[in-house]
Design a protein around this ligand. Structure first.
Ligand code: FES
Length: 113
């Protein structure tokens, strides 16, 4: 897991994360920016960045299961849609998975922290 401690963002507020080639399809990669654990996910050709900290009770979502654009928390089984952060299960839960802006520039992934 690449870790960048106390790094500074570029002028647009994006932090350099990892090389584009470090992110395979359908396999979340965890890294940190200034102590914030983040998952980078390449799914159906789209690159997404979400918090690796479950919004329910802060479990490590990198230890959860990722399938068809959803991630299931390993602690209590909450399921989140990584495209929009919505909680899919339980259906009456209103917490949302935090999302981050992400872009790829010249083979490098950058995330707005
Ligand atoms: S900590 Fe993730 S569902 Fe409870």
């Amino acid at each position: 897991m690449p870790i960048f401690k106390k790094v500074k963002p570029d002028d647009d507020g994006f932090y350099t994360a990892v090389s584009s080639t470090a992110i395979p399809s359908n396999q979340p990669i965890k890294f940190e920016i200034n102590g914030e654990p983040i998952l980078l996910i390449r799914w159906q050709g789209e690159l997404l960045a979400v918090s690796a900290r479950c919004p329910h009770a802060a479990a490590d979502l990198s230890k959860g299961e990722f399938y068809r654009g959803k991630i299931e928390c390993p602690d209590h089984g909450y399921v989140f849609d990584v495209r929009n952060g919505r909680t899919l299960w339980p259906e009456d839960e209103v917490c949302r998975l935090k999302r981050f802006e992400v872009k790829e520039v010249d083979g490098v992934v950058k995330v707005r922290g």
